[in-house]
Design a protein around this ligand. Structure first.
Ligand code: 5AD
Ligand code: SF4
Length: 434
């Protein structure tokens, strides 16, 4: 049995990979440089910032097919991004067998042992069935970042923005579609700052939506500064572009936003939120927030809480500020960890309370779900839905939301008066007509 390691990030990660490799070797495994002959694929991730993480995430996404090609293959995801986004990883990539955060690397030996001894369940065997196509694919449109947010290491480690040409992107999109993709997520550090010749992000959105076979287009992560009227109008006007935006705000305090060099104010962000929601009623808006940034006073923190309440984000990721060596903010005096923890907790509770309220409002509504695998799919607004019936991946079905307690909604196929049984007999037209 052979294992393959792909390492992202710093020297520490390289060292961790070697250490984890030794655990595998102790169990009699042999390292290979060829992923095709491996039974275990280990991805050691880096969370230096979204860009590094995006690369790891698209890699993990790709591994679904790698895993499906040969029975009993295992995917292991470790490292900093695994630590930070464990739940998201497990949610987004359910085929991953083991997630080990950076803090748990020392436990890796025990966890790996368990993984290797685990009996293959029927569920796992099902994944090993003939290669199924990836319905939702990522396409990188740019790399790097021209901003210099004071907490962020990305500009230092990734350099200035470079953009892929429209031709290259459209070619990649067509390739993904040929492989079975129906949904394309465009990736970039500040994805909406994209430019290529006379073209801007809005032009790219339109062009991608027009590629034959593309049913849905998403993008992560946009920067508020580039969320122009044209982008919003394009989103609203082009049906394929999904009404869901993940727009990092970082803080609700103008003082903090200035210290972070974010290039917008609280008021401008609020205006944006209003504009987008007006253009796309029913859209979802999610965000990233950093709590405990150096100099964040109780008043600044209250401003963040009040912004969350005012906007009512559909969901959000709350980050404890962590100084990154080499960034301007690392020179500032940090808050005590307990204070950051406290604010993190308070912020999490608020954002989750609102997220639950938002989800519960979906109970009984009808949503178009694009099925990605098994019985799971996503709404256009980007909620994950578990469907009680078996629907082939790549199909879009109308479901009625039957449970919204958890982050993954429950739904039942419901095409108006047509029962599920009828739907199966009538095929897609029944759905499209309904
Ligand atoms: N500390 C904490 N969170 C950070 N982020 C970026 N840099 C840091 C840092 N030094 C967060 C931001 C960004 C998300 C991907 O990670 O909220 O949007
Ligand atoms: Fe970092 Fe700011 Fe660039 Fe995002 S926009 S990658 S937070 S510097």
């Amino acid at each position: 049995m052979k294992y393959y390691v792909r390492t992202y990030g710093c020297q520490m990660n390289v060292a961790d990979s070697a250490e984890m490799g030794r655990h595998f070797k102790a169990k009699g495994l042999v390292e290979t440089q060829d992923e095709n002959e491996a039974s275990i694929f280990l991805v050691n991730t880096c969370t230096v910032r979204q860009h590094a993480e995006d690369r790891a995430l698209s890699e993990i996404g790709r591994l679904r097919r790698w895993k499906a090609r040969v029975p009993n293959r295992k995917v292991v995801v470790t490292g900093c991004a695994a630590e930070r986004t464990k739940e998201y990883l497990e949610d987004r990539f359910p085929f991953v067998d083991l997630v080990v955060g950076a803090k748990s690397i020392e436990d890796f030996g025990v966890l790996a042992e368990r993984l290797l001894d685990r009996r293959v369940t029927d569920e796992e065997l099902e994944y090993a069935a003939p290669v199924d196509d990836k319905v939702a694919a990522f396409v990188t449109i740019m790399r790097g970042c021209n901003y210099s947010c004071t907490y962020c290491i990305v500009p230092a480690v990734r350099g200035r923005e470079i953009y892929h040409s429209m031709d290259q992107i459209l070619g990649e999109v067509a390739d993904r579609v040929a492989e079975g993709a129906r949904e394309i997520t465009l990736l970039g550090q500040t994805v909406n700052s994209y430019r290529n010749g006379p073209n801007r992000f809005a032009d790219l959105l339109k062009a991608v939506a027009q590629v034959d076979g593309v049913e849905r287009v998403r993008f992560i992560s946009p920067h508020p500064y580039y969320m122009t009227d044209r982008v919003i109008e394009t989103m609203a006007g082009v049906h394929q572009v999904c009404p869901s935006v993940h727009l990092p705000v970082q803080s609700g305090s103008n003082t903090m936003l200035k210290q972070m060099l974010r290039n917008y104010t609280r008021e401008e962000y609020l205006d944006l939120a209003t504009k987008m929601r007006r253009a796309m009623p029913g859209m979802t808006l999610s965000t990233d927030i950093i709590v405990g940034f150096p100099g964040e006073t109780p008043q600044d923190f209250r401003q963040t809480l009040s912004l969350i309440e005012e906007i009512e984000f559909d969901w959000g990721f709350i980050f404890k500020y962590s100084p990154r060596q080499g960034t301007p903010a690392a020179q500032f005096e940090s808050h005590p960890q307990e204070l950051i923890e406290e604010r993190h907790q308070e912020c999490l509770e608020l954002i989750d309370r609102i997220a639950i309220k938002k989800r519960l409002a979906l109970l009984g509504t009808h949503q178009d779900v694009l099925v990605e695998e098994d019985n799971f799919g996503r709404t256009r607004t980007n909620y994950k839905v578990h469907i009680s019936e078996d629907i082939a991946a790549g199909e879009e079905v109308r479901v009625r939301i039957t449970n919204a307690q958890r982050a993954t909604l429950e739904g039942a196929v419901d095409n108006g008066n047509v029962t599920f049984k009828n739907f199966r007999e009538e095929g897609r037209t029944a759905i499209n007509a309904g």
